[in-house]
Design a protein around this ligand. Sequence first.
Ligand code: UDP
Ligand code: MG
Length: 308
Amino acid sequence: MKKTLISIVCPVYNEEDMIQLFTSAVVPVLTQINQPYEILFINDGSDDKTLDELLKARQGYDNIRIISLSKNFGKEAALTAGLDHAKGDVIIPIDVDLQDPPDLIFEFIQHWEKGCDIVLAKRTDRSSDGYIKRVTAKWFYKLHNQISQIEIPDNVGDCRLITRKVLDAIKQLPENQRFMKGIFAWVGFKSAVVHYKRDYRKAGKTSFSGWRLWNFALDGITSFSTVPLRIWLYIGIIVALLSFVYGSFIIILTLFWGVKTPGFASLFTAVLFIGGIQLIGIGVLGEYIGRIYMESKRRPTYIIDKEH
Ligand code: UDP
Ligand code: MG
């Protein structure tokens, strides 16, 4: 086998307890693979001792690179920074919390040797994630895949292997609000899937609360689908048709039987209903316009403080 540089890309945010655990789990795997490697940590504006831990880890192991961002930009941006600065021929993004077992890297490399450009890691058992997270994730993938041009494979996170060719394709996507799962899927290429059981987080806690996940889901849907915008045309047509039918009914009723009652209830209900529908429509418009606005500023996705 020819020499191939493997880049492990690892975004970290307030993970002081995980750094040592992670490196001592990943390094033996990489050593066994017996190829040159680098582990690139992107310190995403951590405000605990993560950086100290990273610097300490680098003393123990060669091949560790550390890039600090100027503040917390969020996982998608940190991962983008990592992908932009990885030097490897094959690149493996992986979370630091060991929820995705490092042994997966063996299987990734095996598939890559057979000629795959992307190897995905699919969680067959997600019991380590709470019930609500599992159910909402399932709904999200279903909805997303129904209304988007791209298909995000079910239960696949960011942990995967991609080749340099795929990474070069990803780098061509210029958007600065980066929904990485969608971007990974959008570029295409031949992929293989390996299955695994998602583990519990070994230390520290998740940074994705319910509200952050909801916004993440909105990012995902608005990044790759315009269906929520276009659907209003059809809702409008249906409401207009219903109004026409009901209007005709009232006119006929009035013409033949005269005005009976003031019709307060139906009038009020119709006004509230149409008002509500319009506000939802405007809300959806607002979501997209907000995103167009942010994107049109052309701000960079992240700012690097320094490479240590
Ligand atoms: N992360 C990051 N920036 C953030 C939030 C998270 O770089 O603003 C990193 C975090 O350190 C971890 C990975 O992204 O390596 C996944 O985060 P987490 O485990 O909290 O997400 P979950 O697995 O719960 O979806
Ligand atoms: Mg995690």
